[in-house]
Design a protein around this ligand. Structure first.
Ligand SMILES: Cc1cc2nc3c(=O)[nH]c(=O)nc-3n(C[C@H](O)[C@H](O)[C@H](O)COP(=O)(O)OP(=O)(O)OC[C@H]3O[C@@H](n4cnc5c(N)ncnc54)[C@H](O)[C@@H]3O)c2cc1C
Length: 162
């Protein structure tokens, strides 16, 4: 039985799973899609890629700022543009009051999720369809595809669509 099951391999689930794993817990991530990233979604077609979820990060707050710095050091993110204008109804283009750089992943934004996966145990293509508490104070997860059940002592539910 895993110490902690994390449902969802989007950025929140993967960051959380990495932190818990580095703190010494055994973690199992369960994801309903066939790829990582959730709304950090990149599609590859005609020799290029398109981000159809998050297309850039604009870090707000210290934690996201630090995370972006780590991803820049690993050459996963780079500054997209520092030249940003605002367009509001009835006004000409103007410089924003609080300009800050936007960051993009040239290899596709899902590269952020992939960079968070190493070392984690992740089940893909496994939709959780039910969560049940057990008499032993653990949790039982029912998976759609196999009707298999997984057990974990604790649960992190990031964003659940059943
Ligand atoms: C079109 C679009 C553009 C965006 N642009 C930006 C942007 O420019 N900048 C920005 O900062 N943010 C942007 N966002 C928001 C950003 O993408 C999200 O806030 C962020 O990715 C959410 O991450 P998350 O991990 O919380 O959730 P998600 O990425 O949604 O991850 C949840 C995961 O849980 C999985 N899941 C759900 N239910 C189950 C289940 N029953 N069983 C197993 N797995 C399950 C899902 O498949 C998914 O992978 C954008 C979002 C969209 C849709």
């Amino acid at each position: 039985m895993a110490d902690i099951a994390v449902i969802g391999a989007g950025i929140a689930g993967l960051v959380c799973a990495q932190q818990l794993s580095q703190a010494g817990y055994s973690v199992l991530v369960v994801e309903k899609s066939r790829g990582l990233g959730g709304r950090l979604a990149t599609r590859r077609l005609h020799g290029t890629c398109a981000d159809h979820g998050t297309c850039y990060l604009k870090p707000k707050g210290e934690l996201l700022g630090r995370f972006v710095e780590i991803l820049r050091d690993r050459h996963i993110l780079e500054v997209w543009t520092e030249e940003v204008y605002e367009l509001t109804t009835g006004a000409p283009l103007s410089e924003p009051k609080n300009p800050s750089p936007r960051y993009v992943a040239p290899g596709g934004m899902s590269a952020i999720a992939k960079s968070l996966a190493p070392g984690l145990e992740i089940l893909l293509n496994q939709r959780v369809i039910a969560i049940t508490p057990t008499p032993e104070n653990s949790w039982c997860l029912t998976l759609e595809s196999s009707n298999e059940e997984l057990a974990a002592k604790a649960l992190v539910v990031v964003y659940l669509i059943i």
